[in-house]
Structure formats: C-alpha cells, structure tokens
Unconditional design. Sequence first.
Length: 491
Amino acid sequence: HYLLIRTRADSNSRTYTFRDKNQGYLNEWYDAIKSTQVFGVAMERQAKTRSGVPVLIHKCVMYLDDKVDQEGIYRISGVKSRYENLKLKCNQNIHDVVFDDEPVSVHDVTSLLKLFFRELPVSLLAPWYLPLTNAMEIEDETEKLYQIQDIIFELPWTEFHTLKFLISHLFKVAQYQGENKMTAENLGVVFGPTLMSTRDPNNQFSSTEYQLVKTLIDYYSWIYHVDVDEVALKEDRLRRAEEELKKRMSNIAAPEGSSHTSWIVEVFFLRDSVNIRVDAGQTLREVSAEILNRTKLGDGDYALHEFLCDGSLKRPVHLSEYLLNTTLTLWDERVQRSWLAIDSNNMKEKMKKAAGRFAKDSQEHGTLHVYEGRKKWREVSVKLCQENLSYSRLRGRCTINLENHTWYLGCEAGCAPPTEHTFTLRSTDQSSREDQFRVFCADEEQELWRWLWRINAVKYQELDYRLVRSKRAMLSTSSSHRSSFILTNDR
C-alpha cells in the first residue's frame, strides 16, 4: 500500500512516497496530513475560531471588512498567481498567514475566499438545497421568510455560524453599494452557485440560488435576530481594541517580527522563555501545539497561565480565549508587572471535584468575605444567578456581570485576608477606572473551588485549559508506528 504526497514551494516540486503493509495506518496518516491543509478540506476538519468559523474565512473577512467600499469587490477577479501563492501559504500553515504582510490586493483576497468555498468537498448549503429552494418558491413573503429562518436555525453549529459570519460581512458590503457598485443582488449572483452547488453536472444554475443569498443579505438582521446598532457597537469595540494594540506597540520596543496585525508574545517555562507570534484573530487553541513544540515540553497536563501584580494573581487561560485580549491585559497601565507562563494544569482537577459535588444546583448561594479596602473585610451573603454575582453592601446591593470580568486565584499583596482562600474578579472594561478588582475570600478551600467552578461555567461550558498538540504535531513527533514507513524523496 502506497501514499503519494506531492509538495510545491515556489519553483520546486517534490514527491514523497509512504509505504506500509496496513492500509488503515496509511489512511490515518493521510487524514493527519490532509487536516493540516485548508483548501479541499471538509468543514468539520477545518481549523476554526472559538465561534466555529474556519480560520481562513475569519482572516479574509477581517482583512476585507474595512475595505468594503472598494469598487467591484467580489466582482473583479484578483491576479491568479498572487492568490494561488496565497493559497499555498494557507495550506502550509494558515495561522502564520497575515494578509496585511502579503503583497496582495482586495481582489486577490476575495478571489481566495471564493476559491475556498468552491473547493469544499461539499458546498456549504448543498445538503439543504431542496428545503431552501422549496422555501424560496413560497408565494407569501412572510411565510417564506419564516420557513428560511427555521431551516437556517436547524443548521449544524459550524455551518450556522459560518453562514452568519459570511452574510454579516456581505450585508456590510451591500451597505456601501454606492461606492463599490455591488448590490445584494450582485452579491447573490456571485455567491449563490458557490454556496449552493450540489456538484451535480445535471443541475443547471438556477436564479433561485442567487435569490436566496440576496434574501439572506436583505433580511440578515431579521433572520438572525441581530440588532444592526449592536453590530456597529461590536465592530467599534474591536476597532478600538486593535487601535489600542497599535498604540501600545508603537510605544514599546516590540520584538522583531511584530506588526500592526500580529505581534510577539513571550511565554515563560521552567527557567527559559520562547517568543510566539500570534494575530488578532487567533485563540489559544490555535497556537497551543506551537507553544508545546517550541518549549519542547514532554507529555503532561500543562496550561498557559496569566500572572498579574507581580504574580499575586494567577489564572489558567482558556483555549477559546483570543490572545489579543490577554495581551492587552498584560499591557494595561493599571496592572503591575505581569507575564504569561506555562504551569501544571492542577486548577482543573480541583474545579472538577467541586463540579461533581454541586453540578445539580441551578443557582449558587453562600457566604464570602469581600474586601473593602485598607485591609478591611466584611462577611456578606453572595448569590450567583446566571451571569450575575450579587451581594449586599452598606449602600444598596452590588451586582457584578461576570461576562465582563475575569477571575484570578489570589489577591493583591497587602490585603490581609481572613484566610488564604482568596479569588479576584477583574473588570475587562478598559474605560473604567473604578473597582477594577473585586476581591473575595472563602473560609474553606473546597468552598473557594466551588465558587471558581461556578464562575468559570458562566463563560465556558468545559474546563478546557490543557494545552494540546494538534494533528499537525503528529507529523513531527515520535510515533510508535513510524519505523514501518519507507520514505523516498524523488525530484
């Protein structure tokens, strides 16, 4: 049994031959190699962002979102040699590609994005072609929209969020039709066959396909229950975060290799450190394997930890977190000396133990000590309901929205807590200068981990902190079966 792999880098082409007696092992290696690529790979095998959108789509849209007024966007084709070269780089390592650092135009990136959708083994909406086209035939406009909405909300997680992310972008493009000359109907003509193709040569392109995409764009906010003002607010927050990143990078000696869309993060381990390059759209999960490979740590349960205030505060970084937010925290002027370091993932086990005992509770009630400043603590009754943690104080009741806070184990030096079982909630609102830290203290250790587990569950469904090696690492690490391969290199 043989497996042929042909690679191309610039003008050089090489063919590698894998041979094995067992076809099953060859299939496993083929899947591992194929999963490191982007184009021609099924949606479920794509590297994705936290929201389930393939990384390539996310990178393309982030690059294009402030260029949507470009005339002929998505209609004018890019230079084939440029976007084919970009395709090659994306297949080699999508996480390392930064479009702003590449000699490409808007039309090159739009051509790349359309090519990605065309080369999917199964078009994004092909499995739902019949129900969607049938819905488009309904004469009553209101009933038609409700039927389309029902189908959209029954899509699997990845397809639902990918389609929503794309249509949100196309909705924005259509808002600038006066400048870019691309209406919702024009965009429907471009993306209709791309998203709906069944790959059946007997099926001719139907106007229903582009009419569907036009409908999704025209009624985007209604179908997805999106407040357009809310979208603008989120975009403004992201833009301000990126501007803050650029401003801070301009005021510091950024390590070589940093740019306005990517930067170098130093990660400490043992008595050493490594520099990891990340971009604004990457989560910890996407760079997890690189961190483990660069640090050369063996097999073990490790997590990336964030340390604040000279190490007084510590927390594990969740794999779904965007590293842009974590980096901005490290650069916050209100926080003393801070850093990122790899440490054992022991907090997870303690929280899991607490979860096993209290998993059936829908709400959390209890007593904690809250820090009031000047080494003064007060015992209060605390209630955690959904995303809000509240407790009584002298002037009314204090409510903390945990969606806007990050938890840390420990407290700042000088607080003099009643016990050593403390945790801190830090506000992530960069504009606020009051009550940045809320410090709590439990009487017993088990009680401390019970509260941290509950707070953690507000933001994340899983205790997903362990750094993991992706299938990409399978190609560079030792394998019990590797010796059975014969590798030849033929030019």
